[in-house]
Design a protein around this ligand. Structure first.
Ligand SMILES: CC(C)(COP(=O)(O)OP(=O)(O)OC[C@H]1O[C@@H](n2cnc3c(N)ncnc32)[C@H](O)[C@@H]1OP(=O)(O)O)[C@@H](O)C(=O)NCCC(=O)NCCS
Length: 183
């Protein structure tokens, strides 16, 4: 198990890993060695990466992914019946350029195609945002997505993100949303 981290992390002063978070159907937890094959699937899938710059070659992933992929504060593996179905990320990238996003934490999500259309992404992201609201009270979050990514746009709206702006980048229209924290 990863060491207990308390103190300043990229995300802020959060304790990590948290106790696993249970929702009605899912479990959110820090990543573990047994999740590696599902991370390879997520990153190698053309469907998952349609709006994320395209898939990565499976052989490269098999070679390069660390034994415990994406192990950092704010990175949640989403589990259904004991198997990983998705990845929900809350991070504070230092390189953000859009004024409304500078210094803010942003939400990201990737689910395996066989898990789409069942409301799992909504359920998992809501739980991760709830964790964030308790870990760093009073902080808004932002979300970037391509506006052509219809499923992602619907999810952002359901989670309470409101449009800040649309802008062109990487050859496509991007959408930036902002969510106020739940008190
Ligand atoms: C974006 C992504 C996570 C959305 O997944 P999803 O399964 O469509 O998302 P949801 O959890 O909102 O579920 C969708 C549908 O399940 C249906 N559903 C079925 N059972 C449900 C239940 N018990 N509760 C809620 N919804 C349910 C709903 O009809 C919902 O559709 P709606 O938008 O009409 O409400 C997924 O498409 C994905 O992983 N894409 C690839 C990665 C990506 O592009 N990420 C964005 C990066 S910015």
């Amino acid at each position: 198990m990863a060491a207990w981290l308390a103190g300043m992390t990229e995300l802020g002063p959060v304790a990590w890993p948290p106790a696993p978070i249970r929702t009605e159907r899912l479990l959110l937890r820090a990543s573990e060695p047994r999740d590696r094959p599902a991370f390879v699937e997520l990153l190698a899938s053309p469907e998952v990466n349609t709006y994320l710059g395209g898939p990565r070659p499976r052989a490269d992933l098999e070679r390069e992914l660390p034994a415990v992929p994406e192990q950092w504060p704010g990175s949640f593996v989403v589990e259904l019946d004991g198997a990983m179905i998705g990845h929900v990320l809350l991070r504070r990238p230092p390189e953000r350029q859009r004024p409304a996003a500078v210094g803010r934490a942003d939400l990201g999500y990737l689910f395996l195609p066989e898990a789409w259309g069942s409301g799992y992404a909504t359920e998992a992201c809501a739980a991760a945002l709830d964790w964030f609201d308790r870990a760093l009270p009073g902080e808004p979050t932002v979300l970037f997505t391509q506006s052509a990514n219809v499923a992602s746009m619907r999810l952002a709206a359901k989670l309470g993100f409101a449009e800040v702006e649309r802008f062109e980048a990487w050859g496509a229209e991007q959408w930036l949303g902002l969510r106020s924290p739940t008190p």
